[in-house]
Design a protein around this ligand. Structure first.
Ligand code: ADP
Ligand code: ZN
Length: 186
């Protein structure tokens, strides 16, 4: 029986974690056995759960990288029907091969992640995962400037480091018209 790849993308605050949690909770209601993971770069709120900005949580194993994820998952794989992962943009490119292995072993794989960086460019392996998915849900947030549907994540302040995690108020959702990828532009 083939599995299924579902990818949930959008900017920060678009409800990706909420949607992932919703799907995993429904899987559990259907008596599916669920395993959920997230990279340890995302420690907001919880080390042992994924959490949405609206405070919903779902238990998850925090892993340093794809290799650790594999080591955690494979010993229990026969007892798992659904594999969830949040913040997938932070995993290294070997995530694509792992997801394909899982789907060929009949697993339903539900992935959530940012589709673009704060520069507005494709983020990590998310574009490839979208390409091989059975289903892609692209969510929008609410633009914090004008209220329109927002597809971008705006970084506030001056840092140009790719990885700046956790600091509240450092990012906001913006529509295409209000997005300023280059911070020095008006
Ligand atoms: P993501 O995983 O995409 O960052 P979350 O699922 O963690 O999103 O959070 C979604 C929740 O964030 C919404 O239900 C809402 O309560 C809250 N929220 C805060 N700011 C915004 C915004 N600008 N647009 C939409 N939702 C927002
Ligand atoms: Zn706007």
């Amino acid at each position: 029986v083939p599995g299924r790849i579902e990818v949930v993308v959008g900017p920060m605050f678009s409800g990706k974690s909420e949607e992932l949690i919703r799907r995993l909770k429904r899987a559990r209601i259907a008596r599916q056995r669920v395993a959920c993971f997230k990279p340890d770069i995302d420690l907001r709120y919880h080390r042992t759960a994924i959490a949405s900005h609206s405070s919903q949580t779902y238990e998850a194993v925090t892993v340093a990288n794809v290799e650790r994820l594999r080591e955690e998952l494979y010993p229990q794989l026969d007892g798992v029907d659904v594999v969830g992962m949040d913040e997938v943009q932070w995993f290294d490119p070997s995530i694509v091969g792992l997801v394909l292995e899982l789907v060929h072993r009949g697993k339903r794989v539900v992935l959530a992640g940012l589709d673009t960086t704060f520069a507005g460019e494709p983020f990590g392996s998310i574009p490839q995962l979208m390409a091989i998915a059975d289903e892609v849900a692209k969510l929008s947030a609410v633009c914090m400037v004008c209220g329109a549907p927002a597809i971008h994540t705006q970084r506030l302040g001056m840092s140009r480091e790719l990885v700046v995690v956790g600091a509240a108020g450092m990012y906001e959702a913006r529509c295409r018209g209000c997005f300023r990828p280059f911070l020095d532009e008006p």
